[in-house]
Design a protein around this ligand. Sequence first.
Ligand code: NAP
Length: 294
Amino acid sequence: MNKKSETSVTVIGLGLMGQALAGAFLTAGHPTTVWNRTAAKADRLVARGARLAPTVADAVKAGELTVVCVTDYDAVRELLGAGDVELGGAMVVNLTSGDSAQARETARWAERRGARYLDGAIMAIPSGIGTSEAVILHSGPQSDFEAYESTLGALGTVSHLGADHGLASLYDVAGLAMMWSVLNAWLQGTAMLRTAGVDAATYAPFARQIAVGVAEWLPGYAEQIDRGSFPAEVAALETEARAMDHLIEESEALGVNAELPRLIKAMAERAIAAGHGGEQYPVLIEEFGRPRGA
Ligand code: NAP
């Protein structure tokens, strides 16, 4: 069933990402139907063999699998909720970005209309789509993912995270937290070093080495978090807090921004005040796991 390249697919939404998705399905040989509000964005895909559907209803009918990738979930509901769209029996994979609550609500909404629904998150840029570099996460019923895994595989490295439709969005935003935190930490160091005439390109390889080294600690620290026990095997939080003071003082003395160093210290201080100074850094999960002041 759903042998690769024989499954007909529909792509709704041909922005930068949707065009890349439809292009990858065409490259893999899938009969591909497309629809976009601004029809002209389909021109290049049509020249490559895609069929442009006149309406969303027609597009959903045409594909065994319908992939939706538009700006936000409101647009998804507006398009798929139009009176003439027959979702009964459709298999919808929504690769639009959003939050986990929207994903779960939209799943319930689509399932009430008789559709099978997977929610997804694209951890890639359009030029990476169709290569193994493009990581695309899915959540929802495992059997639906397995039925279309090889078809979706035309888009990149696809995986299934679990039955909870909110998981793909949750992993997506968790990944954003990682990305911006690493970048902000690098920018902080770069701003400091530039005051001494060290340019960003000189610091970047050193910073990269630290980021990779720290990433190696994650599995061991994750075990501590999952066990709920944080023995100071490497360093106690209060030792780290003293180094945080150096970071704040140095930033202030150099005249660079000290907001990020102060935030790092403030969270550690709260954990120390709660009695965790002798434990190891991941004990801060307790600070991250609740709203400030709770
Ligand atoms: P985009 O280039 O701005 O395209 C947005 C698409 O949504 C267009 O096809 C647009 O139609 C359509 N759209 C928006 N509102 C609509 C409405 N009310 N009714 C009908 N169509 C509507 O954005 P994109 O880069 O393709 O991103 C699409 C989704 O992929 C977003 O959720 C984004 O977060 C996610 N994503 C993008 C990237 C990336 O690098 N680009 C990476 C990961 C995830 P028109 O063409 O008619 O305006």
